[in-house]
Design a binder for this molecule. Structure first.
Ligand code: 5GP
Length: 106
């Protein structure tokens, strides 16, 4: 099981932001900025494009709702959505609360 699957299963502790049956959101352990949140599918899937259309649509909708909650919790001008996956081979979206246009230089 990869590290994010273990986090979603509660086998590795994390600071939970939101969850449902399919998806899980938690704070990044090494945040680029305050409120840096990761959104993942519970099931083990390497890349977001490995999801079928329905799962990907549900994932994006869940991430959007989490982004709205992050925006409320961390006053910011916008919440950027970034898909990387360079370090952890489990599909995830980074949600980054930005306080100025300059914050986009991460
Ligand atoms: P990426 O794979 O998109 O390059 O980055 C993976 C992200 O996962 C990094 O920002 C890293 O800090 C975060 N991360 C890696 N391991 C853990 C962990 O065990 N717990 C949490 N909360 N975040 C992690």
């Amino acid at each position: 099981m990869d590290i994010f699957s273990k986090i979603a299963a509660g086998e590795i502790p994390s600071y939970k932001c939101a969850e449902n049956e399919q998806f899980y959101a938690f704070l990044d352990i090494n945040p680029l900025m305050e409120g840096h949140t990761l959104v993942i599918p519970r099931r083990e899937v390497d890349y977001i494009f490995d999801m079928n259309d329905d799962e990907l649509a549900a994932f994006q909708l869940f991430a959007k709702r989490v982004a709205q909650a992050v925006k409320t919790a961390c006053p910011c001008i916008k919440v950027a959505q970034v898909v990387l996956g360079l370090e952890v081979p489990h599909a995830h979206i980074h949600l980054l609360p930005l306080n100025s246009e300059d914050d986009a230089d991460f």
